[in-house]
Design a protein around this ligand. Structure first.
Ligand code: SAH
Length: 238
């Protein structure tokens, strides 16, 4: 099955390895894995814990609620996953990180792979971020209970861009966020649904007109739903 000599290599450092590959084992991503286009190296943080109880966390210095992942335990797991010659970016899922967008996803998809650290509890000791050169990545301005669902979202977006994953590569080009706009609306049979018809133009067979209509709708929808993206579009054109 594994025919690809250079799979996109994902090292995942987590307290919950059983959460992976999760959704990535199915559908498009799952088939890509079967084809050997990406590979998952799961690193169980617990294996690097200290003492009889394999402790990975401790109380926050200075007091306060919750627990913090210990820097030495995390560093040992990172060093196990990635040696000094490893050029893959090291990402820490974190609500204070760089906000993910399609541009960032495209950059990451061009790398040989990624090393991902999933935080838990209150987060990780600040020192390991600097010492192991972790880039903090956020999937949005809200707080999850752990980095694992964020990592799954990030990887889903990366994997679909890997060479050989999307059968019809054209379907990627017009999608929301690829050109700075949101995608045009879609319709399929039946032609009439609860009294509403598919727009005539889509049934006309005139592909030039259809293209123009789609572009116009795409811009209109972006203006209505995401004025922030729309204003950036204006800047690009002027
Ligand atoms: N105390 C932290 C939040 C910890 S949430 C703070 O206020 O910043 C626990 C873990 O969930 C984090 O370490 C991180 O790995 C993950 N996480 C939470 N929200 C996230 C987000 N928006 N994007 C990516 N990871 C997130």
């Amino acid at each position: 099955m594994d025919e690809n000599p250079n799979p996109f290599l994902i090292s995942m450092i987590t307290l919950y390895p059983e959460m992976f590959p999760g959704s990535l084992g199915h559908s498009l991503a799952g088939r890509a894995r079967d084809k050997g286009l990406w590979q998952l190296d799961l690193v169980a943080l617990r294996d690097f814990g200290e003492g009889k109880h394999r402790q990975v966390d401790d109380t926050p210095a200075g007091g306060g609620a919750g627990m913090v992942l210990k820097p030495n335990v995390l560093a040992a797991a990172i060093d196990h996953a990635s040696n000094v010659n490893d050029t893959r970016p090291r990402l820490l899922m974190s609500p204070r990180g760089r906000l993910l967008d399609q541009q960032y996803i495209r950059e990451l998809a061009m790398e040989p792979g990624v090393v991902i650290v999933c935080g838990r509890f209150e987060g990780v000791d600040e020192r390991v971020i600097e010492k192991r050169n972790l880039q903090e990545v956020s999937i949005g301005d809200y707080v999850l209970s752990g980095g694992e669902p964020a990592a799954l979202a990030l990887l889903d977006a990366i994997i679909r861009l890997l060479p050989g994953v999307m059968g019809n590569s054209v379907s990627g080009q017009y999608e929301s966020h690829e050109s700075g706009t949101l995608e045009h609306p879609h319709y399929t049979r039946p032609q009439s649904f609860e009294g509403q018809e598919i727009p005539d133009i889509l049934l006309s067979g005139n592909h030039q007109n259809i293209d123009t209509w789609r572009q116009e709708r795409s811009v209109q929808i972006t203006r209505e739903k995401r004025p922030d993206l729309f204003s950036k579009l204006d800047e690009k054109e002027s």
